[in-house]
Ligand binder design. Structure first.
Ligand SMILES: NC(=O)c1ccc[n+]([C@@H]2O[C@H](COP(=O)([O-])OP(=O)(O)OC[C@H]3O[C@@H](n4cnc5c(N)ncnc54)[C@H](OP(=O)(O)O)[C@@H]3O)[C@@H](O)[C@H]2O)c1
Length: 345
């Protein structure tokens, strides 16, 4: 019997911010025969959750522009991390009813034989499946790997975390507090500021209402800056840096949607890097995977299960909402880890 297999396709390279329904296209023209579709030694997955992440904007580009992640292909489904449940399997290591985490196309059902690209999730961890896309998934790993590898944190130091209410920033704040640091954190709404205070930020502020430069002047100097924003925020952090401060360059979202109306901004005070002996370190989560994955899974999911790491989720119901969710993450309108609930179990 044919069952709908709706997809979300990459439709057009955006200029500036992505435009829902223009950059992407919801397509429900395809069907799949769930009982009889050939598996060729692989497995059939019903996709339950798909993650929406800031870096997806970088993949919405012309193939001629080089970057660290491959471009999406016009007319093909978007792709990202997801969680699904196995419906049928010909692979002895992956059984019907198992939940798997890995990369999926944005569609409802998927057949693959690439078992090594997926991790079977533990059933006994008392963690909702969606959280394997956030605190127990890529964004939690980004925070844990980057902090462990590069923060060189010492008790009593001061760290500034921008985008502190987001899925990466909120884990960074909680790791820093556990190590006894003073945390200054910024976000773009009063609701996000309240959340940052609730997870331990000592100084939490709304950068749309207060000047980042003034808050850092008053509460700094900072020994560590965890950057998600770049641009003027990075400039303010350089001004507030103590000698030998570490700058962990995790993201620069203020520069992802630049256009003629929203031009790029480069910090004007880079000479301070020399005088203050600053260490600016860019990093990506994927190259650190091999080194820190086992330690991460042994550490963070048990803390999440015990409520020791808190998080927010922003769940969109149905694949049709994908374009809007992508836009909202770029525009700062999401409140927590942005996730598409593709289907109920
Ligand atoms: N290096 C890596 O491997 C890696 C991996 C994952 C994520 N990242 C980066 O980490 C950062 C956070 O990711 P996330 O998943 O935790 O994102 P997120 O918080 O879910 O969403 C992005 C947030 O960025 C903020 N923002 C958007 N436009 C902004 C602007 N012009 N100026 C300042 N803030 C702006 C918004 O929060 P506010 O309301 O607070 O402005 C928005 O909610 C992103 O820059 C992302 O690219 C890097």
């Amino acid at each position: 019997m044919p069952t709908r297999n709706a997809r979300v396709l990459f439709n057009e390279v955006p200029t500036g911010y992505p435009e829902p329904g223009k950059t992407d296209k919801y397509d429900d023209s395809q069907t799949i025969d769930l009982e009889n579709v050939p598996l060729n030694g692989g497995f059939l997955v019903k996709i339950l959750y798909l993650s929406i992440d800031p870096y997806m904007r970088g993949r919405m580009r012309a193939p001629t522009t080089k970057s660290y992640s491959p471009p999406f292909t016009i007319g093909e489904p978007l792709q990202n991390n997801g969680v699904g449940v196995i419906i049928r399997s010909e692979n002895p290591d992956i059984k019907a009813g198992d939940h798997v985490h890995g990369f999926f196309p944005f569609q409802e059902y998927y057949v693959t034989a690439n078992a090594k690209a997926y991790r079977v999730l533990p059933k006994d961890q008392n963690i909702p499946w969606s959280v394997y896309l956030g605190a127990c998934g890529m964004t939690g790993k980004t925070a844990y790997y980057g902090w462990t590898a590069y923060a060189e944190a010492k008790k009593g130091e001061t760290v500034f975390v921008s985008t502190g209410a987001g899925p990466v920033g909120s884990v960074v704040i909680q790791l820093a507090k556990k190590q006894g640091l003073k945390v200054i954190a910024s976000a773009g709404s009063d609701e996000k500021v309240e959340f940052m205070k609730s997870i331990g930020a000592d100084v939490a502020f709304n950068y749309k209402k207060e000047s980042t430069k003034e808050v850092l002047e008053k509460n700094g100097p900072i020994n560590i800056y965890w950057d998600h924003v770049g641009g003027q925020t990075l400039e303010a952090a350089i001004d507030a840096a103590a000698p030998y401060a570490r700058f962990i360059e995790c993201g620069m979202i203020s520069q992802y949607n630049v256009s003629a109306e929203n031009p790029p901004y480069a910090p004007k005070n880079l000479t301070q890097i020399v005088g203050k002996c600053l260490n600016l370190r860019g990093f990506l989560v994927t190259p650190l995977e091999e080194k820190y994955r086992d330690e991460f899974y042994a550490t963070i999911p048990p803390m999440v299960a015990k409520g020791e790491i808190k998080f927010l989720e922003d769940i969109t119901e149905g694949l049709e909402g994908t374009g809007k969710a992508i836009y909202e993450v770029q525009a700062g309108k999401n409140h927590g880890k942005s996730i598409i609930r593709v289907a109920a179990e």
